[in-house]
Design a protein around this ligand. Structure first.
Ligand SMILES: Cc1ncc(COP(=O)(O)O)c(C=O)c1O
Length: 441
């Protein structure tokens, strides 16, 4: 075997220093820290695919809007908890123009990242029915949502959707819903980590069952418009970003500004509550809140004690971004297409060197190229492979921490890798392949 691209002694020492017992099971931030340390000690740059951070500059129009608001003095003023009126109107326009759904501005609420929208929703949904105590995750998923459940002490169950695509999803979901303990469901679409996208049929199944069993669906659209197989970039024109909102009126959408608008640093996202759910009354809420109204208590009973609203200037930034997108002056999808193009090249480099794409199909269609993809290598579990590849200067996360049943898999994020690193990636993958010959069993 050749010497690996990163000196093994350095990797071994830094793994010991990190105190991590299993690299493959470490959280995203722990892996980031370890790789930072190895890069520093070895002087070698990694192909960094562990963290889902935007690799693009922030939407300029947002920065300009935010600076203008700061210069006008908004930093001195508490923002309204439910969001500034101009932003609420633009969010409502945005979901009409890019999703073709009608939501009143009152249900369009800025949050401190979509992360906070999730936290606030979990907190409330666990309390709407006293006899129901469990969230159902359609996995694989974003590990922090489970961490939020743990700190809130809310129960959750989950299943990997890989084997339950299409019609099979109905029976699988009903097997949980029938028991009567599920209050809500969460999934991301496009999916982090696998980049699968639900088909229209699957969204319809989810919506119909939400109606039948009176369950709230949380649809996490952190990667809004980023299924590049279809052009969702034209306001007011089909095709629209697919959504369960077309099939039920019991939904909460989380729309992040972090990836679609490269605005992760300002921690602003959108929570969009269906008109019907916003107006709904749940008598069991009175155990924790002054009345039984869902929308009212989301704002004054939940977001208020969490953070008293969202950064005032960031709300103006988002207003400017959305207004430009809604008016057809800012094509935010075009700005992020680069992720899909890089994914296409990277997937080719991996598969040419013996790797396999783990989640590869949406029912009968190959998945899109986008922000993430998943891979495996014959003879390794994901946890083993992740650790092995550190010696080759390639970092990612294992699917084990995402609720996936595909224990051989790894998630790669395409955002941080630069095109001029593709040569290095190819060389390292080639060497890995030579050092670990695949025996056809
Ligand atoms: C599926 C998913 N949901 C939510 C988030 C968090 O979004 P935000 O930065 O808006 O809090 C992310 C970020 O990586 C994500 O991948």
């Amino acid at each position: 075997m050749n010497t690996t691209p990163i000196q093994p002694e350095i990797v071994q020492q830094k793994i010991i220093d990190s105190g991590l017992t299993s690299i493959g099971k470490a959280s995203i931030r722990e892996i980031k820290k370890l790789v930072d340390m190895i890069e520093q000690a070895s002087g070698e740059k990694f192909i960094r695919m562990e963290m889902g951070i935007p690799g693009l500059p922030p939407a300029k129009i947002g920065v300009a809007g935010q600076i203008e608001a700061l210069q006008k003095g908004v930093a001195a003023l508490y923002p309204d908890i439910h969001g500034i009126a101009v932003l609420k109107n633009e969010i409502s326009r945005f979901v009409k123009l890019f999703m073709n759904i009608d939501v009143n501005p009152e249900g369009c609420i800025p949050t401190v990242g979509s992360m906070q929208g999730g936290f606030a929703s979990f907190l409330m949904l666990g309390r709407i029915f006293k006899e129901r105590d469990t969230t159902l995750f359609i996995d694989p998923g974003f590990p922090v949502h489970k961490q939020q459940h743990k700190v809130l002490n809310i129960k959750y169950e989950s299943f990997d959707v890989y084997n339950y695509r299409g019609d099979k999803l109905r029976e699988k979901l009903e097997s949980y819903f029938k028991k009567g303990h599920i209050h809500s469901v969460l999934y991301s679409n496009p999916n982090n980590p696998s980049w699968i996208c639900f088909t229209e049929k699957e969204l319809q199944i989810i919506g119909e069952l939400a109606n039948k069993y009176n369950i709230v669906i949380m649809e996490d659209l952190a990667y809004f418009g980023m299924d590049f197989r279809n052009d969702y970039s034209k306001p007011g024109q089909a095709p629209y970003q697919p959504s369960v909102a077309n099939y039920t009126d019991k939904y909460i959408l989380f729309i992040s500004s972090s990836k679609a608008f490269s605005y992760a640093g300002e921690r602003i996202g959108m929570m969009v509550i269906a008109n019907n759910l916003f107006q709904s009354q749940f008598p069991d809420l009175k155990r924790f809140y002054p009345n039984d109204k869902f929308g009212y208590n989301m704002i004054f009973g939940t977001l208020y004690p969490l953070s008293s609203g969202t950064s005032h200037s960031a709300q103006y930034a988002l207003t400017a971004i959305l207004k430009a997108a809604n008016d057809g002056e800012f094509n935010f999808v075009d700005e992020v297409k680069e992720y899909g193009e890089k994914a296409h090249i990277m997937k080719k480099l991996f598969t040419e060197n013996g790797f396999k794409i783990v989640y590869d199909m949406d029912e009968d269609k190959p998945i899109a190229d986008g922000f993430y993809f998943t891979y495996s290598y014959p003879g390794f579990t994901g946890v083993e492979l992740l650790e092995k590849m550190i010696y080759y200067g390639i970092s990612a996360i294992s699917l084990d921490i995402t609720g996936s049943d595909r224990h051989e898999g790894i998630r790669a994020c395409t955002s941080l890798i630069q095109r001029d690193q593709f040569g290095t990636l190819e060389k390292r993958l080639k060497q890995f392949n030579e050092d670990h010959p695949i025996t056809n069993k």
